[in-house]
Design a protein around this ligand. Structure first.
Ligand code: NAD
Length: 255
């Protein structure tokens, strides 16, 4: 098998539709020689149906990242399909409605806690659950939305992403001695289920399509997926704790 990820075994979380960023990652990874195991949350039969649209059939393991039993059993479940992992993709985010769309000042702690548990802490939990299967040269890659700024409607999800960006640096620090890298891709706005759940998301859409120096497609997940593949590959062997922007250059300009 040839390709950028020839022979690599990957765990890819976060597929729920074929618009999911994770779906593009899984598809491109298979096309580039990787063996892919998916995890699904909630609507497993839907995830299994979507998985059939990949170039190769991929097994689906149920993982709710807030469920300690799912995490404890993950390595054994993955071992039923592959004998180790070279990469883990965290493509997971969720915040209750109160946390989004301008509700920053009123969102109760219980809802904020859910957002942080699913979107931030899970990056570490997932990596630790997969760690028994990983060895030097392995990589963990996650998805963020530039958290260096306060965005109009992103609210507590923005705080969760700032935490994720920090958690990725700490994971890089703590897993570096085992030769395992942790990096994030900061994607521009893409029309996925997660994005549609944010009231006022169209403000991002307009800003990006009008101002990104390279232009920006709201429906093309492939640029973000390509960056994930690059970070999972052997072509960034000395890069960890990094955030690669895949946003048409938007982050680099004064708006
Ligand atoms: N779409 C965008 O504009 C955009 C931009 C930058 C970053 N991101 C990030 O990309 C990642 C993937 O999101 P997406 O846009 O592809 O949307 P998506 O809705 O397709 O994927 C989100 C995934 O999170 C999963 N999930 C939610 N709660 C979970 C839980 N408790 N346990 C396990 N999985 C759970 C869902 O099942 C879903 O598969 C997220 O981290 C998101 O914040 C998205």
């Amino acid at each position: 098998m040839s390709g950028l990820l020839a022979g690599k075994r990957l765990l890819v979380t976060g597929v729920i539709t074929d618009a999911s960023i994770a779906f593009s990652v899984a598809k491109l990874a298979q096309e580039n020689g990787a063996q892919v195991v998916l995890t699904g949350y909630g609507r497993l039969s839907l995830v299994e149906r979507i998985a059939k649209r990949l170039p190769e059939p991929a097994p689906v393991i149920e993982v709710d990242v807030t469920n300690t039993e799912h995490l404890a059993g993950l390595a054994d479940r993955v071992r039923e399909h592959v004998d180790g992992l070279d990469g883990v993709v965290h493509s997971i985010g969720f915040a209750p409605q109160s946390c989004l769309g301008g509700g920053f000042l009123d969102a109760p702690w219980e809802d904020v806690a859910t957002a942080l548990h699913v979107s931030t802490y899970s990056y570490k939990s997932l990596a630790m659950a997969a760690l028994p299967l990983m060895s030097a040269g392995g990589a963990v890659v996650g998805l963020t939305f530039d958290a260096t700024k306060a965005w109009p409607v992103y609210d507590w999800m923005g705080v969760a992403k700032a935490g994720l960006e920090s958690a990725s640096r700490y994971l890089a620090l703590h897993l570096g001695k085992q030769g395992i890298r942790s990096n994030l891709v900061a994607a521009g706005p893409l029309r996925t289920i997660a994005a549609k759940s944010i009231p006022g998301f169209d403000q991002f859409e307009d800003a990006w399509t009008e101002r990104a120096p390279l232009g920006w497609s709201l429906t093309d997940q492939e640029p973000a997926a390509r960056a994930c593949l690059a970070l999972l590959s052997d072509w960034f062997p000395a890069t960890t704790g990094e955030i690669v922007h895949v946003d048409g250059g938007y982050h680099a300009i004064g708006a």
